[in-house]
Design a protein around this ligand. Sequence first.
Ligand code: FES
Length: 159
Amino acid sequence: MAKTVKIDSINEETVVQTNDNLLSVLLQKDLKVSRECGGRGMCATCHIFIKGGMEHLSPMSRREQRTLEVITTCGTNSRLACQARVVGDGVVVELPAGMYVSEVEDIEALIGQRASQDILHPLYGTVLVETGKLITRTMISQLKETQGEVSQVLARAAD
Ligand code: FES
């Protein structure tokens, strides 16, 4: 059975099959989701806010709860798109502002430019570089360290 989901940030509605997760909704709309943990419920990169229809999503697992607890921008209406499955009509999704480090395609090419939007930490959702700030070489090495940290956390989780 098909269910309707609205993505508020782009003001578009889409139809998914019952039990499809919200990540598939975002990808269907070509929205950039870096899925740093590969959809395992362990990173901040698919963090979304539910503006309506929270009761039409699958319940939160213990793992999702634990991950949301470390995402600093998390609110009472937060979910991980890869974990939340659509079970009823009328879910309304809002995307957090900013881009994740892993989405910054050629990080080195950004040196000397001002960040066009907040650059976020892929595990915690914290703002690493604010919009409008000049991106320096030092900043780039810090961003790269962040990527290393993500790999370590995910490798530990796979053990
Ligand atoms: S892709 Fe990492 S938690 Fe969803």
